[in-house]
Design a protein around this ligand. Sequence first.
Ligand code: ADP
Ligand code: MG
Length: 720
Amino acid sequence: MSIMELAQRDITYCKNVGAKRADILRKELGVTTALDLLRQYPYKYIDRSRFYRIAELDDDDTYVQIIGEVTEWHTIGIGKAQRLSATFFDGTHQCELVWFQGAKYVKLQRGVKYLLFGKPSRFQHLYNFVHPELTPWSKVTPEMTQGLEPYYNTTETMKRHGLNSKAIRQIIAGLLPELKTGVPDTLGADILQRYRLMSLTEALVNIHFPKDTLSMQNARARFKFEELFYIQLQILRQMKRREQNPGFRMPMVGSRFHALYKALPFDLTGAQKRVIHEIHDDLKSGRQMNRLLQGDVGSGKTLVALLCCLLAVDNGYQTCIMAPTEILANQHYETLKAFLAPLNVQSDNVQGTKDNHVHVALLTGSTTAKNRVPVHNGLLNGTIHILIGTHALLEDAVQWRNLGLVVIDEQHRFGVAQRAKLWGKSAVSHQNSAVSIPPHILVMTATPIPRTLAMTVYGDLSVSIIDELPPGRKPIQTIHYSIQRRAQVYSFLRKQIEEGRQIYVVYPLIKENEKMDLLDLQNGFNELCEAFPEYKISMVHGQMKAADKDYQMQRFASGETKILVATTVIEVGVNVPNATVMVIQNAERFGLSQLHQLRGRVGRGGDQSYCILMTDFELSKDTRKRMDIMVATNDGFRIAEADLQLRGPGDLEGTLQSGIPFQLHIANLATDNQILTLARQAAKEILDTDPLLEEERNRIYKRQLDILRVSQSYNWGEIS
Ligand code: ADP
Ligand code: MG
């Protein structure tokens, strides 16, 4: 039996299955072939080689088996409500057995040795078993008490049709004899040996019916490795292919770059300088750059982006910066104009520096048709150097003369499909010109990603990290209060405003119940107006018109309003350095990385800043943990790790939106760090000597990738 044959064998024709069950397996689990079924790994095992004494039972025990006799029993109630209760005795202690259903089918005998199997629970001092399996010892076969018994995930529908864990076990057991001859492995002998992995045949047998705990663990490790290895092989192959892409050459560090550098009111941090070097190395390499720039909130990514844009502009190329929200795009536009003011002013007055002029334009969904015309023209005739915008940049009407660098800010906010469109788009725009070279791509994110996730979600990008904040920043102090302490919080806010500072107050907004949430926001706004009658207060939320939002943001940014009441529209990127307090209402409704992003809105100037987490008095264990982590650390990477541990990888904000483009069946990104590192190393070693997998000894990997690609609906080509 080859692996191909197993992959092609329709489940209908496997032992103990048939058309009806095959249909249910297909609908409920997506299982259509024998191989699919063998790849349904057990979620737990119960050790049936171990016999317990009643005296040993523990409240944490799941399933146990005990040898003993039934000494006494009686039924209570009549008809359907009839219940059978029995006393079981293991020679020294007693426990109770209970049947609520089918009591009349249970036939008990005194003086007979039984094997009891079930899940104990304790009521006062007596353990009881509800609906246990009770088998006369004379009928117990050796298989029943051998090794670890596998348990499989099933659904309600499956159970209704008799496809419980036991039935799945039987079907899989029916396939095992076919493995006896050995199936060809899906990993090469060199890798198996080098990483001490079980062979496929052995692993398939041992993951379902392990000899002992060690074999079970080894079987699972092999499948985890295999799963992660092929993902890494795919990702790294994609990266190798990308590295072959030609790229625009931008060797020169020109006058605009130097002019801005000199005009900056502060020095770049060491980390900023380092990443600009890394990026410039890519820009001059003649290969297309695909780089991820990670840096915690407030680490100064915007300025890095601008300097990189100037590198491109000085070399004669156009650039764009795409942001996820209008507020952020507007803010980038204002920030860039302010940074560039010295260059642009001089160009009008001083002879000889005219060349340093940088034309920045803005394009968002609310740009009027009339205002779009000059933007479209400027892009086509090359007079616009930097275009800042939102998704509007993706519109078909946006055509470039020579787009050389694309920067995507807070890229985790964009879906995979949207990013793919920008990629495709730039290719299209270049078909119009003589060259068809893709622009360089720099994606930036302030949501630190745990290493394991970064290796998978962004595994095909080069990574630069800004791991240093500008000097003079005081660490933000985070305080957790329950809502009973509101008065105290208000008096603290008043003191801050009196010292000239400004304040954010954020309310959660959850889509399913937007009306209620907006009401919360409105009430909060009214309450603050009453509490602070002497100060002006702004409010912004996602339902407002863009112009109104802007107006309110401007009032806050200019210091006219002292408090900004908002939903999470301000979560990403907003920069008002004079704001020193971030109050987060109903903090229990936010995830960790969202809380960290919100907190990053303060602590941007030289003043001591504060983040106040307001929650209910009663909190779940998880919520309390989240609040404690926020109070304990400002380090985005530690928070991201904690988030991964608390919530599991599938759930992580950001990654959810960018989409982990594959489903893991057995490996776990939160816990299988070590295996992932080895799998990536193994994949890298293969590709380093044979990037296209052309060598005979690597044919196995190429073929397996093809099989995997067919079975996955996902288009790998679209990952950023
Ligand atoms: P983020 O990485 O979160 O996007 P920003 O780019 O918004 O951070 O930068 C935060 C603030 O720090 C801005 O006001 C910016 O002007 C300032 N800044 C950036 N680099 C430096 C630096 N080297 N020294 C001092 N301030 C800096
Ligand atoms: Mg930013």
